[in-house]
Structures are given as structure tokens and as C-alpha cells.
Design a protein around this ligand. Structure first.
Ligand SMILES: [Zn+2]
Ligand SMILES: [Zn+2]
Length: 138
């Protein structure tokens, strides 16, 4: 399997490149074509004055026909591409999985308390252990 690499950040809904312990994770979600007209890419609506995408918008809009979908509904249909080096065994692999954040209980290293963190969890193809992509913590 060869994943489609993003040519620029503009093509991504989500992009993350991080070091996890001894391992590494690169993950990205590509914008997909509008389900209505099939021509435009779905993206955050742009500010009419500045032309910049409204990052905090809660919907995605087609650049061609203006079709709009609610953010969560659209993101639920997407796939996240992941390239990783397993932090447990050093295995290098890539995979695709649904772009769905789930609350996963993790131990916060700083406070020592358990907390639920939005994560995308996948399993290493070699050792089978869980690897989590966590949403950035504040
Ligand atoms: Zn469209
Ligand atoms: Zn592994």
C-alpha cells in the first residue's frame, strides 16, 4: 500500500508529525471532493474580505458549488493516513483508518491522574500494541 502524500498543507484537513517515545507518527487527512458536484474540494469557508479560511468555522464548504456540510458529519466520512515507527518494537509501517476521535483514558504524565483524551488508536502491524494519536493538549 502506498499512501497518497499531501503536496501542501492546503490539501489537508489535519496534519501531524510527532515523536512518540522511541517512535514517530506522521498522520494526515486529505480534503476530499464535494459529494454533490464532485469537482471542488471541501474546505473551511473563506472570509470574503481576507480570502483566508475561517479555521474556527463549524462547517465545510465546496469551493465550486457552495455545498455545505456540518463539520462533524463531514469529518466522520474521512480517512486518516498514518505512517509510523512503532514506539514499542521499532516496526515501520503505514495504514489508513477512519478519522474518528475517541475518548481514551490515559495517564497524564505531569499530574499522575487519569484523563480522557481524544485520540485515534491503531495497532502496530508487527507487535499488535496500541499506538495513540492524541489531539494536541493545552
Ligand atoms: Zn461542490
Ligand atoms: Zn510494534
Amino acid at each position: 500500500m502506498t499512501l497518497q502524500q499531501p503536496k501542501s498543507m492546503d490539501e489537508c484537513i489535519y496534519f501531524s508529525n510527532r515523536i512518540v517515545g522511541e517512535g514517530k507518527i506522521k498522520a494526515w487527512v486529505l480534503k476530499e471532493k464535494c459529494p454533490k458536484c464532485g469537482k471542488g474540494l471541501m474546505g473551511k469557508p473563506r472570509d470574503k474580505k481576507t480570502g483566508k479560511p475561517k479555521i474556527r468555522a463549524t462547517e465545510y464548504t465546496c469551493q465550486e458549488c457552495g455545498y455545505t456540510i456540518e463539520k462533524q458529519e463531514y469529518e466522520d466520512t474521512l480517512t486518516i493516513n498514518i505512517e509510523y515507527i512503532c514506539p514499542h518494537c521499532g516496526n515501520e509501517d503505514e495504514l489508513q483508518t477512519p478519522f474518528k476521535w475517541k475518548k481514551i483514558q490515559r495517564l497524564n504524565q505531569e499530574t499522575g491522574k487519569k484523563q480522557a483524551i481524544n485520540s485515534i488508536r491503531f495497532q502496530c502491524s508487527k507487535c499488535g500494541k496500541d499506538i495513540d494519536i492524541t489531539k494536541k493538549m493545552k
